[in-house]
Design a protein around this ligand. Structure first.
Ligand code: SAH
Length: 231
């Protein structure tokens, strides 16, 4: 397939996501149009990049999330231009690029840009994602960190640093260090539940620190491992 085929397939996929109302907001429709998923799939999987399915990330045993889930995550997290965002579970770097394009749109001047920090615990994926994020043009907007994301970043820092936090692996409950690093008025989106079935859930931290919980939809993510995830 050439670039034109990829562009056409991407447009068709996005039309479908809009039709089923997974994607609603113009800004996120644009972000999914701008970020080329075929730059983030495992070698040899490019032709499948615009199917609405999860794809395997080779021998790492991890997966790149399906586009409809990426759309739901964007819509519920609702990253705004200029915000400071944390993602746990970089994987391929695709979701990271979508968030980066939302908080720091390519069409805007750099003075308006926000910043994404993304954490991955598997070294091979950290390297893979950095390469993908770089060739897609997002290196300046994304900090890639290798480590246990359940500790937050900087690890166990007790300051409310982030407007939004997205966890793209499933946990029994939202990790406490992450909740501490979320600003008041901020939103954390994370799949919570059992190992093989979860509910993508929004946790909204109120002005006095109280937390409201809003379920979004059933889903199945790979487990969040680490100190405050699955052991
Ligand atoms: N967002 C990714 C898909 C993530 S799959 C994408 O767009 O491609 C979930 C990822 O979370 C896996 O890569 C897994 O290695 C990672 N992960 C699991 N536990 C983690 C932890 N404690 N800290 C950081 N990453 C973790």
């Amino acid at each position: 397939m050439n670039e034109e085929d990829f562009d056409r397939k991407r447009r068709i996929l996005i039309e479908r996501l809009v039709q089923v109302e997974a994607l609603r907001n113009e800004r996120f429709i644009d972000a999914m149009q701008v970020v080329k998923r075929h730059l983030f799939v495992w070698d040899g999987h490019e032709d499948y990049a615009y199917l609405d399915s999860a794809l395997s990330l080779g021998e790492t045993g991890q997966t790149i999330s399906p586009p409809h889930l990426c759309a739901y995550m964007l819509e519920s997290l609702s990253p705004e231009t200029g915000e400071n965002v944390l993602e746990i579970g970089t994987g391929s770097g695709y979701m990271a690029a979508l968030i980066a394009e939302s908080i720091a749109p390519s069409s805007m001047g750099k003075e308006a840009w926000g910043k994404l920090t993304t954490i991955e615990r598997v070294e091979l994926l950290w390297e893979f994602a950095k390469k993908n994020i770089e060739r897609a043009g997002y290196m300046e907007r994304v900090d890639c960190v290798l480590g246990d994301g359940t500790l937050g970043f900087p690890p166990l820092c007790d300051v409310e640093l982030y407007d939004k936090i997205l966890v793209t692996a499933s946990a029994p409950t939202p990790p406490t260090p992450l909740m501490r690093q979320l600003k008041k008025g901020g939103v954390m989106v994370i799949p919570v539940g059992e190992k093989h079935s979860q509910q993508l859930t929004m946790f909204i931290k109120g002005k006095s620190g109280e937390v409201e919980t809003l379920p979004i939809q059933r889903c199945e993510f790979v487990p969040l491992l680490g100190k405050y995830g699955w052991r």
